[in-house]
Design a protein around this ligand. Sequence first.
Ligand code: ATP
Ligand code: MG
Length: 231
Amino acid sequence: MLEVRNLHAFYGKSHILHGVDLSVGEGEIVAVLGRNGVGRSTTCKAIMGLVPPQGVVRYRGRDIAGLRPDLVARAGIGYVPEDRQIFPSLTVRQNLELGLKRAGVFGRWSFDDVFALFPNLASRRQTAAGVLSGGEQQMLAICRTLMGDPDLILVDEPTEGLAPKLVEQVATLLAEVARRSVAILLVEQKLTIALEISRRLYVMGHGRIVFEGAPAELTGNSEVRREWLEV
Ligand SMILES: Nc1ncnc2c1ncn2[C@@H]1O[C@H](COP(=O)(O)OP(=O)(O)OP(=O)(O)O)[C@@H](O)[C@H]1O
Ligand SMILES: [Mg+2]
């Protein structure tokens, strides 16, 4: 459903992406792994039109490269940024409402669906989002994106800085999301949840894809792990 070919991106004169190729199938969970600064977030931003992309970005056969971010979202791609972008003074419920494409119009996710997936949010629906823990804010950021009823979500480092128990909760939530036919491009640094829930993985190094394979292939390839992942 998503096809990225020969994607390049720049910040001013710095050339960050050097021809990224990747794809995500309908309902698939695909991970993009790599060390700090290799261009994982830039890849998401270029797909979303937040950074000008050069190259091919095709979504369900339609060329969306360089479309405005709101139009990319409208086409069906949701984005959960690295910094979450929660509105701290608004309540949990208000944050979720902001994820709707139009006020009062729901897709496959109702408030109750989201609260059922993550009961911690249910009991705190009237709480200001700013007082939630980091893990809860991450769940909220994912759930808010779901409210827009995307068919594909790009999730940038959802487990960064979370305790192991919360990392597991994020993994469970994402697996449930995929079970409801939402495809996921999961950006991670650590292998843990990527190996656990994704069907295919890419490893990025210096603005390029340097490995592609199934989780078992990466587990079995210590050379790739040593060269591109371990710190
Ligand atoms: N707004 C920006 N202006 C200039 N350079 C940037 C900007 N954002 C990122 N970069 C640079 O682009 C490169 C890739 O950054 P990117 O954020 O895509 O990395 P990443 O793989 O997501 O890693 P991490 O999230 O750990 O930083 C890095 O060298 C970074 O310093
Ligand atoms: Mg990043």
